[in-house]
Write a protein that binds this ligand. Structure first.
Ligand SMILES: *Cc1c(COP(=O)(O)O)cnc(C)c1O
Length: 388
C-alpha cells in the first residue's frame, strides 16, 4: 500500500470485542501466562510488550505508521520533539566525538548542543546554512554526526538534501535531519540519504495543538540504538498521546495539502502588500532556494514569514490588531498562529545574534491554519492596515 493508505490502515490487532478504532491501552505493564513466557520476553527471544516504558500497543501503532510515511525501516516515538532529538544525539555520540550542526536550528536544540553536549565532552561546530560550500572543510576525523533542519524555524531556509546525503556518505557520517516543518507528507529525507529523521510530533503531526510527542525514524540498527537508550532513560510517549497522534497521521496528507495551499495563497498576496517589505515561502519564485524546494518538497508547507516595513514597532502593533488568528508560540495547528520572534521567542538574544539567525526586527511568522483562506486573509489585512 501507499504511505497515505498505510497511515490509515496500519492498526494494532483487534481484540475480541471487534472494535473498529484502536482502543487506548492505559496499562503500565503486561502479564504473562507462565514463567517460561516471561523469561523468553525478558531474554528478547519474543517481540512482546513487557512494560510501557519499553513499548505499548498504541505507541507501536504510531511508530509503524510514521515509519511507513517516512518509508524508513523503523521508528521509535518519544514524549516530545526535544526528547527525540536529545536521544538521537546521545544514542550515538560519546566524549571526544564531533557534531557538525547547521547554524539555523530550533532554540532548544541549540541549548542541548552548546550547554549539555559540551558538558559531556562532545564537540560541535555550526555550519552556515547559506554557505554550503564551506561545510566539507568543517568535517573532522572525529565528526560522527551531521544535524540539520530543512526548512528551518523560523528562517525558512533550506538545505539541499541530495547534496548533504552525498557529503555524509562520502565521509561515513550519520546524517540526522529534523523534518518537523515539512513532515513526511511533503518531504522524505531518508530518500536523499538521511540515516535518521527526527520529529516534533507536537507540530503538524498532531496538527491540532493538543499533545506533545516526538519520534526518531531510520534504519533498523540505528533506531534500535535509540530504543535501547530510551528504554533505559525513559522519555517514553504516553499511550494516550500515541493514540491521538496515530489518529492524526490518518489525515496528515490531506491537512498538509490544505496548509500548503492556504500558505501559498497568503504568501502571494503579502508579496504585493504596501506594508510588507519582503515575504519568504519555499514555493515563491522569490525564495532564494526555490529550485531546491521544488526538487525535494511536494509543496511549500504551512509556514510563511514576512518582514514589515515598520520594523519592531509595527510588528507589535500588527500583533495587537489581530482578531481571529492566535498569538501563540505553537505552530502546525488547524488554527492560524502568529508570532513576532524579535519581541517574544528571541527577545533575550542580542540584535546581532537575532540577525545571524535571520530574525530581523519586523519579522512575523505565520503558521497558516485550515480556516477558510478568505477569513485568514481578511484578518491579516485588517491588522496590517491598523498597524501602519
Ligand atoms: C518545536 C520544534 C522542536 C521541539 O519539539 P517539542 O515537541 O516542542 O519538544 C524541534 N524542532 C523544531 C524544528 C521545532 O519546531
Amino acid at each position: 500500500m501507499r504511505p497515505e493508505s498505510n497511515a490509515i490502515r496500519i492498526q494494532t490487532e483487534r481484540s475480541n470485542e471487534g472494535e473498529h478504532s484502536t482502543p487506548i491501552f492505559l496499562t503500565s505493564s503486561f502479564v504473562f501466562d507462565n514463567a517460561e513466557e516471561m523469561r523468553a520476553a525478558f531474554a528478547d527471544e519474543k517481540d512482546v510488550n513487557i512494560y510501557s516504558r519499553f513499548s505499548n500497543p498504541n505507541v507501536t501503532e504510531f511508530e509503524q505508521k510514521l515509519a511507513a510515511l517516512e518509508e524508513t525501516e523503523d521508528c521509535f516515538a518519544t514524549a516530545s520533539g526535544m526528547s527525540a532529538i536529545t536521544a538521537s544525539f546521545l544514542a550515538f555520540l560519546k566524549a571526544g566525538d564531533h557534531l557538525l550542526a547547521c547554524s539555523s536550528i530550533f532554540g532548544s536544540t541549540h541549548t542541548v548542543i552548546t550547554k549539555y553536549l559540551t558538558r559531556w565532552g562532545i564537540e560541535y561546530t555550526y555550519a552556515d546554512i547559506n554557505k554550503p560550500e564551506t561545510w566539507e572543510a568543517l568535517i573532522r576525523p572525529n565528526t560522527k554526526m551531521i544535524f540539520a533542519e530543512t526548512p528551518t524555524n523560523p528562517g525558512l531556509d533550506l538545505v539541499n538534501l541530495e547534496w548533504l546525503g552525498q557529503l555524509a556518505r562520502k565521509h561515513k557520517i550519520i546524517l540526522n535531519i529534523d523534518n518537523c516543518f515539512a513532515t513526511p507528507a511533503l518531504q522524505q529525507p531518508a530518500k536523499y540519504g538521511a540515516d535518521i529523521v527526527t520529529h516534533s510530533a507536537t507540530k503538524f503531526i498532531d496538527g491540532q495543538g493538543r499533545v506533545m510527542g516526538g519520534a526518531v525514524c531510520g534504519r533498523k540498527d540505528l533506531v534500535k540504538e535509540v530504543y535501547l537508550f530510551c528504554r533505559a532513560t525513559g522519555p517514553s510517549l504516553s499511550p494516550f498521546n500515541a493514540w491521538v497522534l496515530s489518529k492524526s497521521l490518518e489525515t496528515l496528507h490531506v491537512r498538509m495539502e490544505r496548509h500548503s495551499e492556504n500558505a501559498l495563497k497568503l504568501a502571494g498576496l503579502l508579496e504585493h502588500h504596501p506594508s510588507v517589505k519582503s515575504v519568504k515561502y519555499p514555493w515563491l519564485l522569490s525564495h532564494p532556494q526555490y529550485e531546491i524546494a521544488r526538487k525535494q518538497m511536494k509543496a511549500g508547507g504551512g509556514v510563511v514569514t514576512f518582514e514589515l516595513k515598520g520594523g519592531l514597532e509595527q510588528g507589535r502593533r500588527f500583533l495587537d490588531a489581530i482578531k481571529m488568528c492566535s498569538l501563540t508560540a505553537n505552530l502546525g495547528d488547524t488554527r492560524t498562529t502568529v508570532t513576532h520572534p524579535a519581541s517574544t521567542t528571541h527577545a533575550k538574544l542580542t540584535e546581532a545574534e537575532r540577525l545571524s539567525t535571520g530574525i530581523t526586527p519586523g519579522l512575523v511568522r505565520i503558521s497558516v491554519g485550515l480556516e477558510h483562506i478568505t477569513d485568514i486573509v481578511s484578518d491579516l489585512e485588517q491588522a496590517l492596515e491598523l498597524s501602519k
